[in-house]
Write a protein that binds this ligand. Structure first.
Ligand code: MN
Length: 359
């Protein structure tokens, strides 16, 4: 981490052999047909790429040529348990930095062209081989004639063929191009880094609900004016001093951060358990087998603030908050001490955010 994270690329041979059996092709094509799954199809003809957005009917794939296309499916970890299990290998990076697992299924010659990403990524080779060329470069100008963000010039220093189980780490802004040699699958374990403007807007929204500034503008004895259309200077001064009274504490920052960073993406929908256990049967199962977070759930903490999927969890004593922090770190846990969290556990279970059993 110290040497490579966010700094330089790293090729790891035979990193994760279990990458070969994450998902088979028919199951992936079915996922690409769902309207709650984000998918894209990129077909290359010579030097030109075309982009189609999913969902795709199976008939679309039957019409594809034998070469030069790639299908991208986002959020694989939300839909495929084996993809969620892949992420367990990456828990050395904070959950707040994690985005999702994307898969690229490609025919020989398929790829998205030379490009840069804004995010750190681990490119894990599944079945088949892919030829990667990559390296830092100064000129990151894009080709305006393409529907994708493709670099106008590409002069990579590195040239490697990734076999099943091999993995390539790339920090942001490293130019790269991966072209399928065989029909292959590549899993992108993608990270996210918040943008300053996005965080500032999010925090102002958070403050909106909490702001409490007493007082109202007053102007006793105001002289008459000949410029009724002008906003008076004393009102302007009052607005200035009022805005400067907006204050927040470090605890607001921690609370906002756990809420904001644990909020699922808008397209994420939790499924109610089916069949649904009664409260009694659910709690009995948790006591016996422990519990785990649903693959879509994000549980984060900072200081005394704990948030599940954007909603604060009220932990009344230290034993419970310790247990919640352990659950957040490992995503699974034995049953919590006592019964004080039972209501929270059961309602989270009914929302599809956690489930009994550790595996
Ligand atoms: Mn990329």
């Amino acid at each position: 981490m110290q040497r490579y994270w966010h700094r330089g690329s790293l090729l790891l041979r035979s990193a994760l052999p279990d990458a070969q059996s994450v998902i088979d092709e028919p199951a992936l094509l079915r996922l690409a047909g769902r309207d709650d799954v984000e998918s894209r199809l990129i077909v290359r003809e010579g030097l030109h790429y075309t982009l189609e957005q999913g969902p795709f009917a199976l008939a679309r794939f039957r019409r594809l040529p034998a070469r030069d296309w790639t299908l991208l499916v986002q959020g694989l970890d939300h839909h495929v348990p084996a993809a969620a299990r892949l992420l367990e290998h990456f828990r050395f990076v904070p959950q707040a930095r994690l985005d999702d697992v994307m898969v690229s299924l490609a025919a020989p010659g398929g790829g998205v062209g030379p490009h840069v990403d804004s995010y750190d990524v681990f490119l894990l080779q599944g079945p088949g081989r892919r030829h990667w060329r990559y390296g830092p470069q100064k000129d990151l100008s894009l080709d305006p004639a393409q529907p994708l963000k493709i670099l106008r010039h590409f002069s990579p220093r590195n040239d490697e063929i990734l076999e099943p189980g091999d993995m390539l780490y790339l920090p942001p802004q490293v130019a790269h191009d991966g072209v399928a040699i065989d029909r292959c699958m590549t899993f992108s374990i993608g990270f996210r880094a918040p943008q300053a403007g996005e965080i500032a807007r999010g925090f102002l929204e958070y403050l909106t609900d909490r702001i409490d500034l007493p007082g109202r503008f007053a102007d006793p004895g105001r002289p008459s004016t000949r410029h009724a259309g002008q906003v008076p200077q004393d009102l302007l001064d009052w607005i200035q001093s009022t805005v400067q009274r907006v204050r927040w504490q470090p605890s607001d920052i921690a609370r906002f951060a756990t809420e904001y960073l644990s909020t699922p993406k808008p397209q994420v929908i939790f499924d109610r358990p089916e069949p649904e256990l009664t409260r009694k049967a659910f709690l009995a199962r948790v006591r016996r087998f422990g519990l785990r977070l649903d693959a879509r759930s994000i549980l984060l903490y900072q200081g005394g603030h704990i948030c599940l999927n954007g909603t604060p969890v009220e932990a009344t004593d230290t034993a419970h908050s310790r247990w919640l922090r352990q659950l957040a770190d490992a995503r699974h846990a034995d049953a919590p001490p006592g019964t004080a969290l039972d209501d929270w556990l059961h309602s989270s279970y009914r929302c599809g955010e956690l489930l009994p059993g550790k595996a």
